[in-house]
Design a protein. Structure first.
Length: 193
């Protein structure tokens, strides 16, 4: 049986000091049968799509040059079977780098297309999204980061199953962050399928 192609999107800008990255690495250690591509988003030089970059993208798409370096991340994304995202819970959402990444891989004609009714149709292989986060407080009903990512992944990129793994309350006085991180591993089996 071929190995799963997993794209690990690491939005943990604190690097090895990140508790989110620690939890994500624990999750990924359960996927010995996988080929994991680890993208540290803070090392990719991601840029917003300003007027000049939009013009370049549109020109390349018009010319059919979807293999141009401009689309390198979109092509990697398109070919992954699973998307695993590690993103700390910041300001009711996630670090801006993750939004920049989504903006850069959302390319009509590369990762999705529109059908005759205007509905997005995926050009990606991704079957599953696993979104891993940690929070100093409690997320509760304010899980806007996962809500956004799940919507984009399902509606544009055709992801069939989405899972959210969270360790919350890590910075609350009296809580044991180590114990919370370990307890969060109980959420792994559902996401591992």
């Amino acid at each position: 049986m071929p190995k799963k192609d997993i794209l690990f999107l690491d939005a943990c800008v604190r690097g090895e000091a990140s508790r989110t990255l620690e939890l994500a690495n624990r999750f990924l250690s359960n996927l010995a049968d996988a080929q994991i591509t680890h993208l540290k988003l803070d090392t990719l030089g991601l840029q917003p799509l300003d007027k000049a970059r939009l013009h370049e993208r549109d020109h390349l798409l018009h010319e059919g040059k979807t293999d141009a370096s401009f689309f390198v991340h979109a092509n990697i994304f398109r070919n992954a079977q699973w998307i695993v995202i590690a993103a700390p819970y910041w300001d009711f959402s996630f670090p801006a780098l993750l939004k920049l990444y989504v903006e850069n891989v959302s390319c009509s004609g590369v990762t999705f297309a529109y059908d005759e009714t205007g509905k997005p149709v995926s050009l990606c292989r991704a079957e599953r999204l696993v979104y891993i986060t940690t929070a100093g407080g409690y997320i509760g009903e304010n899980n806007f980061g996962f809500t956004y990512i799940r919507a984009v992944m399902e509606q544009f990129f055709g992801v069939k199953q989405s899972f959210h793994i969270a360790a919350e309350g890590l910075d609350i006085i009296g809580n044991d962050p180590r114990a919370i991180l370990i307890a969060a591993e109980a959420q792994f089996p559902a996401a591992l399928g």
